[in-house]
Design a protein around this ligand. Sequence first.
Ligand SMILES: [Zn+2]
Ligand SMILES: [Zn+2]
Length: 128
Amino acid sequence: MANLGSNDQRVLTTLKKSNKPLSAYDILDRTRSAALKAPVQVYRALQKLEKRGLVHRVEALNAFVACCDDHHGLHRPGFVVCRDCGVAREFEDKRVARVAEDAAGPDFLIETISLEIYGRCAPCRAAA
Ligand SMILES: [Zn+2]
Ligand SMILES: [Zn+2]
């Protein structure tokens, strides 16, 4: 990936290896190295990766996931998150934006739309 520093790469690789959202501190725990040792460095890398659509924030968890696709650029997906195992699945549906625009009304300038669906996945329900 062009123009990504080594810290950005490390953070992205760590997120790609995890199928669960990770907080900045989780990422730091897994990447700790001579070059990457302060939370602020992780946040800086996350900000850069988020701007490029390579990483998304799961708002309610205050955690981050790697995008499921390297190539679709900046976008704002929703997530289906299992409360038991923590796995987060990214999805995108243009209808969400339409519902949000209808709800907000024409005078409201929408900055962020976040749709996060919490529950239990099939394997976790089967194990219960
Ligand atoms: Zn994505
Ligand atoms: Zn689960």
